[in-house]
Each structure stands twice: as structure tokens, then as C-alpha cells.
Write a protein that binds this ligand. Structure first.
Ligand code: DHB
Ligand code: FE
Length: 311
């Protein structure tokens, strides 16, 4: 049934009516975006001869996606979140803004409200027999290398099963396990005492994995640690580092890996004196360089619904 109807007046009128483009009521920006996305969808149906069965499979997929609460997971998996990073990188370049720790995706698993500590925070609250101790530390500086006092460094990561507290289907973790926030002192230093994470995998029965299966893709991420970093007069940094040596580093289903975000993992001793669960531990130094506001504004702030909890 290779018919072409997209360009007809009937279809174009239908698109204008369905999006209420140019209508008195409603929001003009919302109408514009809806009209464009609907047009692109209709055109794809025409061009690729997408069948009614295929359309309804897609419509019902959206129901499952919502039921599973996985729309933000899917956004990472289909590269949409990475695409927004690519656009922000290009916007920085266009205004000559270079340097600073590279951004990479936030992902869907942040929880606001972690307790804020001065300089150092121990964030492994729940025992995890399979995870060894890890110290993450570094200095927050500006582009000139000046330490930033009073900067907020937040981090969050998975446990040895690849699960994040608050979203852990096994119920094994209390609120804010492996999530923390530190305020830097005059030296700009931060430190998290924690456990080595393992890579995350999409819920195997969920809508995201279902789509990836259809594409012949896996839904796994290399082990990684997320960061939000804020400081007065600087732009908020959203980033992550990967754990060096993870076999999936260059095969991340969410496309977050960047060359500059794979710090070395160093073997250390002296963990007992730091209160770690073993004397031998791993240390990762991850320095964070923030960029100044752009004409007094933070154009890196992203508003999106985020989970929050009471510590
Ligand atoms: C997803 C999970 C993560 O841990 C992450 O950092 C990014 C994305 C996801 O399931 O889409
Ligand atoms: Fe993650």
C-alpha cells in the first residue's frame, strides 16, 4: 500500500487542527512543537509505509513505558540525553567557552536531599559484602585553577548489584545509601568514603529493555559515579566518571563515556585509619573544574522532575 498522502491539503489541515497551530487558546510554543513532531511522525508513516499494526504496537508501547515509569530511562538509552549534551557542548564552543570538566548525562536516578557534610562524607550506610572500599576525592577549582570554597559537590552511584538506593527493587538499601553531598572548605577539597560500584543494567522486564531487545542492543552501563557540582558565580556541572577497566566503558548503552572522565584507580593502604571496612582500598582522584557564569547566567541549569527524599 505505497500511497503518499502527507502533502495533501486534508492531511496538512488535520495537522494544523490537531496541534491547534495559530489558535487563540493554548500555548504557542507547545503548539509549534506538537505540530512539528506530529508532522514528522505522519511523514515517517508515509515514507516508510508504517502499517496500522506497527502504529498500534507503538501506541501500546507508550502505555507500557508509562506503566513501568521508564520514560527517562528510555531517554538515556535512545541517545536523547546524550544529544542534549552534544548541543550544550556546541553552544559552549560557539561562544568560545572551553575548558572545565566535561559534562555528561545526569541519568534518571538522582534523589535530592542528601545530607550535606563539610569536606568529607562517608556515604556507604548499608553493608555490601561484595563491594570493596573506595575513596573518591579531588579539588573543585575555577578555570584558572583557583580552589573554590563553599562549592557543593553531590555524588550518587550504584551498589555491588548495580542498584541505586531509592530505586532498588530488592529493598536492600536505605534512603541516601551511596548518595552524598559535601561543601568544600578554603582548599576546595571534597572527599567521599564509599564502596566500589558495579555497572547498572536496565530492568530486564521493563519497556526500555524491550525496545533495546528489538534493536539488538544491550541495556548496560559501565560502573560509574554521578556528580552535580555548584558554586556561587559558576555554572552547575553535571557529570560522571567511569571506573577504569570496566569492559563496557566504550559500550555504554546511555553513551555517557568521555575520554576525560576515566580517572585512574589507585590501590592504597591505610583504610583502617580512615574508618573504611578494609585497610586496602581503592582511591580515585577526580578534580572538578567549573566554568564561570555566561553574562551573569547559568545556562547549564536543567529543570526536570527529580525524586527527592528526607535524609
Ligand atoms: C540510566 C541509568 C543510569 O544509572 C544512568 O546513569 C543513566 C541512565 C538508565 O537506566 O537509562
Ligand atoms: Fe547511573
Amino acid at each position: 500500500m505505497s500511497v503518499k498522502v502527507f502533502e495533501t491539503k486534508d492531511v496538512q489541515d488535520l495537522l494544523t487542527a490537531a496541534s491547534n497551530l495559530g489558535g487563540q487558546a493554548g500555548n504557542a510554543r507547545f503548539q509549534q512543537i506538537t505540530h512539528r513532531l506530529l508532522s514528522d511522525l505522519f511523514k515517517a508513516i508515509d515514507d516508510l509505509d508504517i502499517t496500522p499494526d506497527e502504529v498500534w504496537a507503538g501506541v501500546h508501547y507508550l502505555n507500557k513505558l508509562g506503566q513501568d515509569g521508564e520514560a527517562a530511562l528510555l531517554a538515556a538509552g535512545i541517545g536523547l540525553e546524550k544529544y542534549l549534551d552534544i548541543r550544550m557542548d556546541a553552544a559552549d564552543k560557539a561562544v568560545g567557552l572551553e575548558g572545565g570538566t566535561p559534562r555528561t548525562i545526569e541519568g534518571p536516578l538522582y534523589v535530592a536531599g542528601a545530607p550535606v557534610r563539610e569536606g568529607v562524607s562517608r556515604i556507604d550506610i548499608n553493608p555490601d559484602a561484595d563491594a570493596g572500599p573506595l575513596v573518591i576525592r579531588g579539588t573543585v577549582t575555577d578555570l584558572e585553577g583557583k580552589p573554590l570554597a563553599g562549592a557543593h559537590v553531590e555524588c550518587w552511584h550504584a551498589n555491588s548489584k548495580g542498584f541505586y538506593s531509592h530505586f532498588d527493587p530488592t529493598g536492600a538499601q536505605t534512603e541516601f545509601n551511596l548518595r552524598g553531598a559535601v561543601k568544600t572548605g578554603a582548599d576546595g577539597k571534597y572527599e567521599f568514603r564509599t564502596l566500589m560500584p558495579v555497572g547498572y543494567g536496565c530492568p530486564p522486564q521493563g519497556a526500555t529493555q524491550q525496545l533495546l531487545d528489538g534493536l539488538g542492543r544491550h541495556g548496560n552501563r559501565p560502573a560509574h559515579v554521578h556528580f552535580f557540582v555548584t558554586s556561587d558565580d559558576h555554572r552547575k556541572l553535571t557529570t560522571q566518571f567511569n571506573i577504569e577497566g570496566d569492559p563496557l566503558i566504550w559500550d555504554d548503552f546511555a553513551y555517557a563515556t568521555r575520554e576525560e572522565l576515566i580517572p585512574p584507580v589507585v590501590e592504597k593502604t591505610g583504610g583502617a585509619a580512615l574508618g573504611l571496612k578494609a585497610d586496602t582500598y581503592k582511591e580515585i582522584e577526580f578534580n572538578l573544574t567549573l566554568t564561570a557564569l555566561l553574562q551573569g547566567k547559568d545556562n547549564q541549569i536543567v529543570h526536570r522532575p527529580r525524586a527527592s527524599a528526607e535524609a
